[in-house]
Structure formats: structure tokens, C-alpha cells
Design a protein around this ligand. Sequence first.
Ligand SMILES: *[C@@H]1O[C@H](CO)[C@@H](O)[C@H](O)[C@H]1NC(C)=O
Length: 396
Amino acid sequence: MAKQMNSLVLSVLLLILFFSSSSSIPVNYNVLSFGAKPDGITDSTQAFVAAWAKACGSTAAATIYVPPGRFLLRNVVFKGQCKNNDITIRIDGILVAPADYRVIGNSGNWLFFDRVNGVSIYGGVLDGQGASLWACKKSGNKHCPSGATTLGFSSADDIVINGLTSLNSQMFHIVFNGCHNVKMQGVRVSASGNSPNTDGIHVQASSDVTILNSKIGTGDDCVSVGSGTTNLWIENVACGPGHGISIGSLGKELQEPGVQNVTVKTVTFTGTENGVRIKSWGRPSTGFARNILFQHVVMLNVRNPIIIDQNYCPNNKNCPGQASGVKISDVTYEDIHGTSATEVAIKFDCSSKNPCSGINLEDVKLTYKNQPAEASCSHADGTASGFVQPNSCLQL
Ligand SMILES: *[C@@H]1O[C@H](CO)[C@@H](O)[C@H](O)[C@H]1NC(C)=O
């Protein structure tokens, strides 16, 4: 009897397996079959939304295909949760934002992925057409919209971005907020060196994010790291023009999660405002930054190659006491070489209330006009080893 039951259970299981596997044949949706037009003129927003609805509603893995051509899109929300966690978006074409910045300028994000898991984007050019909004902002006009982030992910896990190009975003180019396990590779970001707030990649409240083999030139930070980020890995990135790679600004809020375990290695900065920076507001906060490694970095004519600035307080407003609560510890700078565009190549301006500790310099050589550059520091404690120049800050 038990034997018969077992074989019955087995056949039922096999049947379930058969049907579940037959229903998991991947499906493929071409945006053209939903009415998208590759002419750069026709609004293809509804076609993309419809293709997403199919892919997201599929119980099997799904691919959305965007063929060559220019596709005009207003802001789109790719919303989860989906019925599968394996959606590929393969883009051979160019997605173009409306030329009139007012159309998406107040919508926060142009292309926004919300609560999706297992989305991979391969290829594609995203053209945010931000130049006219930058001009509006620079003219001092108070009525310009703040602008849209080109590509945003919120509460999303297991994301892959491979070979994507983002051009001329109105605001930030690519943002991850509350995301886990993100792998970016071969990403290119390009915007003018004087375009306002056009950060390349911004990561906050996220863990296990990897950025590899990418080239970022923009008017603000190449990569900016917000509070609550852990296990971030950045490797083989070229940055410039731009404001460098920045952890911060941290400590704007009183209650704030910290930044922990960040590796930045094999990075070149060319003509940037900063190289590797940690920045916090000069205000009370529970925030922190610890276990940070900057390794194998080349600086080419960088204004502030190595900088910790804990006295950030624009317009000297809302910074009571002027001392940051953010605790910065265990930061290693190893094998950092090149040229500074200013005399002071290393600046540690730490909090008087929470001095920096465990700041380690190892094999650092930075010059200014073919002479050793200078270092300036306050409230910073740590060590120097190997050849370190300038070395006036830390005990040898
Ligand atoms: C630090 O982050 C990396 C990924 O960036 C991860 O491989 C490593 O395990 C993390 N280390 C710790 C101590 O969590």
C-alpha cells in the first residue's frame, strides 16, 4: 500500500514538473509588435509599457527586445512585482527623452524600475536630452524643474546592466536606492563637464553593488555613494570630467545608516575636481564610513586628489556647532600616483568631535608642477608606510 502511494505521489510530482517546465519556455516580446516606432518622433511610451506588462506578467522568463532605431519615450515606470524573476531587456536602439525638458522634468525619473527582481539590461543608448534644462538652471531662472534621473532602480534585487550608454541626463544618470546584488559592466556615461547635478552613478541604501569596466564623464560626481551602502565594489573605471568618486555627502540626517566596506580599485581620474573623496555635513548624525579601500589609482591633473571633507555646510546654514557626527575610520589609500592641479594634494579635514581614525597611506606619490605636492590635515590619525609623498600629515 505504502509503495503504491509512493508511486502515485511520484507520478503526480512528475506531472507537475512536466507542466511547470513546459510553461517555462522563455518568451520574447519585440516592442515593435506593441506599436513602438523607431523614427524618433512617434511617442512609443505606451508600447514599452504594454511590452513590460506582458513580460512582467509572464510566469516564464521573458525578453523584451528593442531593435535598432530611435524610440521617443516619456517617463515610464517598469513596475513590479512580476510573476517571474528573469526579465531581459535587450536594446539595440536608442531611447530618447522628449526634447522639451518640461515633459519629464518633474517626474523624478525618466525610466524607473520599481520593486523588480532579476532584471537584466543589455546594450542600449539612453539620451536624456538634458542640455536645455542645464541651460535653464544656469541662467538663474527659478522656475526650471529639478529634472529627471535617466535610469532609476528602487527596491530591486539581482539586477544586471551590461554595455549601456547614458547621455546627457537632465539630472543623475543612473540611481540605485534600496537595491541588492547589482552588477554593472561596460557602462558609459557622458555629459558636459559643466552640467549641473548630472552624477554618473548614485548608490544609496544598497548592498553588494559592483561597477566594473566603465567610463564616466559628467558635470558632477562620477560615482556618488549615499548612506546605508555596504559591500560596494568599483573596479577599472575611468572618471573625467567630473567631481570624482565620492562617499557622501553623509550625515545630513541626525539618524542615518552608515557606509561600510567599499572598494575602489584601478581607477583613473582625468582633470576632475576631486579624485577619491569622503564628504560629510558639519552637523550631528549617527552616520559613519568605515572599511574603505582606495587602491591602484592614477590621478591626472586632479584638483583634490585625496580628500576627506567633514565640514560641508553650503551657505553656512543648518550646521549647529559645525562639527560632523559622522565617524570615519579604517580608510586605506594604497598605490595612488599622479599629478595634482593644486598645491594641496592630500587634505584630511576631519570632524573635531569625531576625529578620523585608521587612515592609512601606503605607496602614495602625488606631484604638483613636477614638485612634491603638499598635505594638510586636522583631526586625522593613522599611519603611512612605503614611499608616501606628501607625508606631512601622518606619523611615519
Ligand atoms: C565586502 O564587499 C565585498 C563585495 O564588494 C564582499 O565580497 C566581501 O565579502 C565584503 N566583506 C565583508 C567583510 O563583508
